[in-house]
Design a protein around this ligand. Sequence first.
Ligand SMILES: [Zn+2]
Length: 133
Amino acid sequence: MFPVKKVIITCGFHVKGHQWMSGRHQGYDFGAPVGTDVFAIADGEVIGVNIWGKAFGQFSPVIKHGKVFPRYVIYAHVRMTTVKAGDKVKKGQKIAEVGVEGNSGGPHVHVEGQKTRFWTMNGGTRLNYLFKA
Ligand SMILES: [Zn+2]
């Protein structure tokens, strides 16, 4: 499922741009007003909060989703989170609220999946199958 109720993708996956270190957008931006509820896109386990660097904002949880192909997904630029490391989350559970923390040009949640637990520059992976499930 999608991380917000009203889906407006303001920047898609692999869009080119010099503002990103790898030259391409590694995730998906969902534009929404500050304070909008952010939901887990699948069942998972919280790996940590604020573990992928300041650019993503200090309240951003990283959640391990998926069984066959685990994906580590950050919900970035949020103004707060309701979860902490070790928490199990259910698909559709509220986990955060949209904010403008970190490097963010406006209110949105940046949802990015990595194959590994730690962020790598070109490690961004497609999440469409999770959004549509
Ligand atoms: Zn983004």
